[in-house]
Design a binder for this molecule. Structure first.
Ligand code: AMP
Length: 481
């Protein structure tokens, strides 16, 4: 099993407690979180007696809109998961939520993020006789809960999460409780919502909006929130440390209409564009985003620089990501299928092209070639985040260092490779300013920003010890669906 060459999104999780149509609400929530993962989706429900599970490859809308499917998921409580594999192969057994019948009763788990020591734990447990059913890091958590000697389920869960490291937002369903957990740094997001007497956990607030639920608050870093028939309880079992949420939620992952720390993500992204314009203004005739991800930053850039904003590229929204996945050939066609230059608008223009990030440089190179081919006179590329020089291990899964263009080339060399007249990235200080901080606290950074700085809050144990020269997860290399 080799790691995928394509870029991986994150995952989306959603949980509902105390609603007669819990699975329908989860379906809607997952639909609103579709941007976080399109490979597969699953829902588990509990009706007071039994657990039920439906898992499918592909999009929520293609799989869960059928009434017959929802009928297979009865009950007052349910959790769901949108998957884009960050660890483990894209195989059916890896689709979440995972369910296990433990000594203490049934438990279902949905996880967004990546554990940095799952393989180490797994290797030890396999040696001791544990049998794993999947190749996903999430199963490690289930196995640790099952093995715990503690008596109460919640204590078993605490026992397990004390042993795992990395970025995780989790929702779990037992016969009595819905539980939401965020890792000690709060790297991955999780929020709490309410609809009448119904409680909800969601990766993002946009999924509360779709069902008309009220946003209550973020789950705090290192917090466990437990919901049952008696109400809601919060436990903070870890020693207190400052939160360091992932900066990429602000830059790219979260939907623009979601709220992070009290503010719409769209606003943060516009601010990133404003700071970018302050740092890297250049004379031009128009500003165009690479849609959709570059749109808010391009708006901010245009507002600040007084250069006309226009849509120089049109995106076809009906190209599913699953459609461009299967073969390398089709994937290479991907950008052309997805984006088309707005020829009459860009002809003979000096264009400032804005995107949120450059990872391997594939997207920007194809778009720039396309724009020149369509008659653009001059292209200046502006990127509303710093150069990505270091890989991620907490759930974004930006590739190996060798695939990160900024880890291997200088800014001038990247500009040459992409073929633009000039290229500028936002500075790390500009990034922090745009997100509402005075500056980056270098001793105790406010965000998880290792992609730009190499400052990893949690050491990537597995990747150091267990990935061999061919970048294969050695322990899992023979697994196929
Ligand atoms: P690349 O073509 O590899 O340079 O990727 C850059 C494009 O992918 C940008 O347009 C980003 O909006 C988007 N992007 C950045 N990070 C990710 C990620 N982890 N998963 C999927 N897309 C991403």
């Amino acid at each position: 099993m080799t790691r995928q060459k394509k870029l991986n999104e994150e995952c989306g999780i959603f949980g509902v407690y105390n609603h007669p149509d819990a699975s329908t609400l989860v379906t809607l929530g997952l639909h609103a979180l579709q941007h976080r993962g399109q490979e597969a989706c699953g829902i588990n429900s509990f009706d007071g007696k039994n657990f039920f599970s439906v898992k499918r490859r592909g999009l929520v809308g293609d799989n869960f809109t059928d009434k017959k499917i929802i009928k297979q998921l009865p009950g007052h409580a349910a959790i769901g998961h949108n998957r884009y594999s960050t660890t483990g192969a894209p195989i059916v057994r890896n689709i979440q939520p995972f369910f296990a019948d433990l000594h203490s009763g049934g438990i279902s788990i949905a996880h967004n993020g990546n554990l940095t020591n799952a393989i180490e734990i797994r290797e030890k447990m396999v040696k001791e006789g544990s049998i794993f059913q999947t190749t996903s890091d999430t199963e490690t958590i289930v196995q640790l809960i099952a093995k715990s000697k503690r008596l109460k389920t919640i204590d078993k869960i605490i026992d397990a999460i004390f042993q795992i490291h990395g970025g995780y937002a989790i929702t779990m369903l037992t016969s009595k409780k819905l539980i939401g957990i965020r890792d000690p740094y709060g790297i991955r997001p999780l929020v709490l919502g309410k609809l009448g007497d119904t409680y909800i956990f969601s990766s993002e607030t946009c999924a509360l909006d779709i069902i008309g639920a009220e946003y209550i608050r973020e789950i705090e870093n290192g917090e466990i929130v437990i919901i049952d028939k008696n109400g809601i309880e919060s436990i903070k079992p870890f020693p207190k440390i400052d939160a360091r949420p992932c900066v990429f939620e602000y830059i790219y992952f979260a939907r623009p209409d979601s709220i992070l720390k009290g503010k719409a993500v769209h606003e943060y992204r516009k601010n990133l564009g404003i700071e970018l314009a302050k740092e890297s203004y250049v004379e031009a005739d128009m500003i165009s985003p690479i849609p959709d991800s570059g749109l808010p930053a391009a708006l901010g850039f245009a507002n600040k620089s007084n250069i006309e904003f226009d849509m120089g590229i049109i995106r076809n929204h009906y190209v599913g990501r699953t459609f461009i996945e299967p073969t390398q050939q089709i994937r290479q066609l991907g950008v052309k299928l997805k984006h088309n230059p707005n020829k009459q608008i860009i002809k003979n223009k000096r264009i400032i092209l804005v995107d949120d990030s450059i990872v391997r440089g594939t997207t920007s190179k194809k778009i720039v070639d396309m724009l020149y081919h369509a008659g653009a006179k001059e292209i200046h590329l502006r990127v509303s985040s710093p150069p990505i020089k270091y890989p991620d291990y907490y759930g974004i899964d930006t590739p190996n260092k060798k695939d990160l263009i900024a880890a291997n080339l200088s800014v001038d060399e990247i500009a040459k490779q992409i073929g633009v007249k000039s290229l500028k990235f936002l500075s790390i200080e500009g990034l922090y300013k745009a997100l509402g901080y005075k500056n980056r606290n270098n001793k105790n950074p406010q965000l998880t920003d290792h992609c730009f700085t190499g400052d990893y809050p949690v050491k990537p144990t597995d990747n150091k010890n267990l990935i061999d020269k061919n970048n294969q997860l050695s322990l899992l290399s023979n697994v196929r669906s």
